[in-house]
Ligand binder design. Sequence first.
Ligand code: 13P
Ligand code: ZN
Length: 289
Amino acid sequence: MQKDANEARCMEELAFMKDFVRLCDDGYRQGWHERNGGNLTYRMTTEDVAQAQLFFNGTPYEWTPLDVLAPSMAGEFFVSTSAGSYMRNISSDTSHYVGIVEINGKGDAYRVVWGFEQGARPTSELPSHVLNHAVRAAATDGACRVMYHAHPSSVIAMTMVVELNARTITRLLWQAMTESILAFPMGVGVVPWMVPGGADIAKATSKLMKTYDAVIWASHGLFATGPDFDAAFGLMHAIEKAAGVYVRARCMNGGSDNFRNTITDEGLRAIADEFNLPINEAFLEETLI
Ligand code: 13P
Ligand code: ZN
């Protein structure tokens, strides 16, 4: 049973931290986190911070440059996995492989206030996470709080074979599985292959996050976002499931993408109408609009 926040004896017993750790475990069990692949951040609520403050370090670490500028994230607190951490180890040694960082008043530096013990530091993708959080928070009126990066095989495989643009990949994913358009009605953004871990890929990704709540990194993986851990995990799961169906169908079809049966644009539009979805119209064929 969940402990009341007042009864928590350590950071690991607070509800947001339990949910954070659970997602890491779940993602590992899905096979999305070979080695240190993938990372996770959570933008804490004021209530989370009030509860967590009790366990913050007496003296925070020094400010470290973020390498990107995110003024709207000034003063925010993020839970983050550490650089080089294996998702399979997060639950057994949380205060080593997870930490909490505070963003400074300009939105261009961070300092550690809890965790990252034994010299650990936040994920190398922190610039992408913070910039993406800034853009998604603005796009969702502050609702988006979880930023999840994983290395799911079928999504990565797909980027080796299909044209690398958001419309093409989104349509293939929508056509692969009826639930796809319900899970990601605005589609999925695509960043061409880039060097990971820096400001350039952060800027390219966050630009797409204005439109999409999930963005693929070609030959690398996927970012999925959401207001809570279930939503972000569910989005990752749905996209990878659809990609898996596409990969299998194409294999069964002798490598061809000329499928015998698929969901038509008329069908996709009918789902959108039935469920009142705010779909990305530009991704359906114009003749049917
Ligand atoms: P980190 O170990 O620094 O989080 O990096 C893993 C990763 O997936 C890089 O894209
Ligand atoms: Zn990665």
